[in-house]
Ligand binder design. Sequence first.
Ligand code: FAS
Ligand code: PHB
Length: 402
Amino acid sequence: MQFIKTQVAIIGAGPSGLLLGQLLAKQGIDNIVIERVSGEYVLGRIRAGILEQGLVDLLHEAEVSQRMDEEGEPHDGFEIAYYDKRYRIDIKALTGGRTVMCYGQTEVTRDLMEAREKKGLLTYYSSNDVALHNVDSNAPSVTFSQDGKEFTLKCDFIAGCDGFHGVSRKTIPENKRNEFERVFPFGWLGVLSDTPPVAEELIYCKTERGFALASRRSAVRSRYYLQVPSTDKVEDWSDARFWDELKKRLPTDAAEKLVTGASIEKSIAPLRSFVCEPMQFGNLFLVGDAAHIVPPTGAKGLNLAASDVSTLYRLLSKVYNDGDKEAVYRYSEIALRRVWHAERFSWWMSNMLHDFNDDNVDITERKMFDRFMQSELSFFLNDEAGQKVMATQYVGMPYEKI
Ligand code: FAS
Ligand code: PHB
């Protein structure tokens, strides 16, 4: 058994863990990241594409923003196509100048990985049997194995940045966790392709065939999504079938511009709303998807992870650099206020834009709900006050002052 020590043990090398590690190191706080899979595997995941200003600011603060500044695309608005009619939500005008950045999560993760390596910060990739111990004591530790060697990492605090299926949340005793969940009766089939996007900005499409999203990664790389039944498997969807269905769901003038090509990534993500309260137990703090999940309709998943990181790193800096030992125990209360706001917005956008052909609900009730949502969407698209509400939440609520 090899004994190692650090101040903050970070479980998971996704965007949460890597961003937290970078910001802590900048504050002189020693940290070690333990990741279950290889770095290449982490980079093989294609996920979010829209960064709120808060996350853009954090990447500048972490001095990991150069490529994003060069290759990212600032977006002043997005569109909603409502049964073929296109409505533009001018987020910049409606929010007094705020915008979002279009830059893939994979690239954010790559930039953070490279920055961590350049700083010589320790990351144990391909770690097995990761287990957290004595998290509610002042001497928590993490055990894991790598390349046949066993390790015990002693630390002051553990940041559980290991996603929805990680070990951290499950380390909190069940009777100390209050979990909230809603699973949607459909998923998102996503395709990444090296084809020019159909539009300069994102188009969220509500159609009688179901939801679609036309997103992008650059002028030559597109990211598209289709709502599919939660029973569908990715092998049910050939590229040809995907493109054919997407063409039927895009607004007509955008469909005419669609350039199809081979998918370079294709996967189905389930949609769920989930929150674990509290987001801490003793000296274990849950960050990002380890604590909460949102349906991607509001582009909040990655951005919520960023606001958690911002809150936790600033509180840990108060502990280590200002001697305020109790500061970090306010984390969950602060983080949850923003989490629930983003959960509600993501749930609301998902209800308005998807087709709920949920067989578990009586058809009359389903039809009534669909009429409610059509009326809701029609109000928010045609009324400036409604558009302002949508724009303000899409760009993201400001981070709380710590
Ligand atoms: P992550 O899940 O990204 O990272 C957790 C890391 O912990 C992983 O690298 C994992 O390998 C590691 N880990 C797990 N168990 C471990 C263990 N026991 N020990 C050590 N390490 C362990 N959000 C959007 O805003 N827009 C989208 O379009 C979007 N699409 C998504 C599609 C999919 C398929 C998924 C799953 C999520 C999507 N999300 C989207 C949400 C996504 O972007 C997350 O919010 C984001 O990845 C959160 O980052 P992390 O909290 O770092 O969690
Ligand atoms: C993406 O580009 O992957 C993306 C963008 C906005 C969303 C969801 C996904 O709401």
